[in-house]
Design a protein around this ligand. Structure first.
Ligand code: TYD
Ligand code: MG
Length: 457
């Protein structure tokens, strides 16, 4: 077997024979790491082995449609995000930052599954630590087995012996196969291990939950290819200091990606939150000026984001403008719109803008919330936190329609918001009667301002 050193981008899996600073695949800098790849091995992992010789082309019409067999995980939010339960033989990846509660979620699901044999494989924690966590969760399950092992060949052997109904691997970054020389956690290891697990899962009709760490940038560590291999990618997110956690589906071969599950981290584990507004209202006790919430979209994922602004009188002749997470040029443009349309005295004011959670947004649909946040701070009038916005703002102060408006409204409603301001040009072809949230259709920014801040400006 021939082995060869290759440089692989740790972000997207792009390969190069030489070290390069910038990846040609994804455009990232300094992501190349040298890894040893075996030439023969990559050949055997081609799908020709998975699909055996007796598979012949068949007419689509000859297939009998049948629903996938699903396991009810006894966790309503988890079931919902999976699209109605865990499909047998599927590979589910749960990604999230360290400490967010991935292991807790997985163990909780495992312990709640009565009458099914579960194998929880941990490469990060000892059996004792998992036992302590289980005690904290206060759930007992005699059919939950723990294995602390990281060698994939050994793991598959043990699975064969135990014949479980569900396998959880915590985490995929710790697992390694002997077939590859590079270290655990490297792109080629993660990719090869996941493909081997996928093949095993499909052949044995056995579902796997893989836990994956995410990098600082928020993507699942290891290459994007990992996301291509698995059937379902779930992201577990939330603020470490706040108690709520959101589980969202980013890819799902067996369900929709617009569902999300909400949990609250308690001393005794994760509590399912079936009525999200109860959670939001508790944070809503105080309202500050300078805050506006936008119903935004990144890719296909809708989410609500808090736009914070601070406006002050400038002590310098050139006012300061600062923006985190939002394009500064766009901010300047929006401020010019404010000056022209609302009489905001641009030249004498410092404006600071921040998107909560350190997130970066390119969606122009947050324009309206940015303007409202700035004006709210300037007037020192807070905006009711149950109101949100989704609209792009044009140079003449018109509110332009945004894409996926139904998803944005749906998410706002799901999260407990009561009113949303959108462009009146978003009205076409959508049945708004299905929403219980109040939708305001506006054509100009001053209309919104009048509605929110009264006649003051
Ligand atoms: P964990 O599941 O270990 O996170 P991950 O696997 O994503 O790294 O969860 C870690 C945090 O959750 C830890 O800070 C403690 C907290 N926690 C609770 O608040 N309540 C609980 O019942 C448990 C088990 C953990
Ligand atoms: Mg963990």
């Amino acid at each position: 077997m021939k082995s060869k050193a290759l440089f692989i981008c740790q972000k997207c899996g792009f390969q190069s024979p030489k070290w390069v600073g910038k990846c040609n695949g994804c455009g990232e800098w300094n992501t190349f790491v040298e890894e040893i790849v075996q030439i023969n091995q990559t050949k055997t992992s081609k799908p020709s082995v998975v699909f055996s010789r007796n598979v012949v082309p068949q007419k689509l019409s000859e297939f009998v449609s049948q629903n996938e067999e699903r396991i009810n995980t006894q966790n309503i939010e988890f079931n919902r995000v999976l699209g109605g339960g865990l499909v047998k033989g599927s590979l589910v990846l749960i990604g999230g930052e360290p400490g967010i509660g991935k292991s807790t979620l997985a163990l909780q699901v495992a312990l709640h599954l009565k009458n099914l044999k579960i194998l929880y494989i941990s490469g990060e924690e000892s059996g004792q630590q998992i036992k302590l966590r289980a005690e904290r969760l206060e759930i007992k399950n005699d059919l939950c087995y723990i294995l602390t092992e990281t060698a994939l060949e050994e793991i598959l052997l043990r699975i064969g012996e135990l014949q479980p109904d569900l396998v959880i691997i915590d985490s995929i970054q710790t697992v390694f196969t002997e077939k590859i020389e590079s270290s655990p956690g490297s792109v080629s290891q993660i990719r090869e291990c996941t493909s081997l697990i996928l093949r095993f899962a499909k052949e044995n009709h056995l579902p796997f939950i893989l836990i994956g760490h995410i990098t600082k940038e928020g993507s699942i560590a290891g290459p994007k290819v990992l996301e291509h291999i698995v059937d379902t990618v779930l992201q577990f997110e939330g603020d470490q200091n706040q108690m709520y956690r959101i589980l969202r589906s980013m890819k799902n071969r067996f369900g929709s990606t617009s569902e999300l599950g909400i949990y609250e981290m308690r001393n005794t584990g994760l509590r399912e939150v079936s009525n999200p507004s109860e959670l939001l209202l508790s944070q809503f006790e105080e309202q500050y000026s300078g805050v506006a919430i936008s119903a935004s979209i990144e890719g296909v994922r809708p989410f609500l984001i808090e736009v914070q602004s601070l406006v002050g009188t400038s002590v310098y002749s050139t006012p300061q403008r600062s923006s985190t997470g939002f394009d500064i040029r766009r901010l300047n443009m929006l401020l010019a719109v404010l000056e022209k349309r609302v009489g905001f005295r641009l030249t004498s004011k410092d404006v600071f803008l921040n998107l909560a959670g350190g997130i970066r947004i390119d969606d122009t649909g947050i324009d309206l919330a940015v303007l409202c946040a700035v004006l709210s701070s300037d007037l020192d009038i807070s905006i009711d936190k149950r109101i949100c916005f989704a609209g792009e703002v044009g140079l003449s102060g018109e509110i332009r329609p945004v894409h996926r408006i139904e998803q944005r409204i749906g998410e706002a409603q799901k999260l407990g918001f009561q009113q949303i301001f959108i462009s009146k040009y978003n009205q076409k072809g959508i049945d708004f009667s299905k929403f219980s949230i109040k939708v305001h259709f506006c054509s100009r920014v001053d209309e919104v301002f009048r509605n929110i801040f009264g006649k003051k400006k």
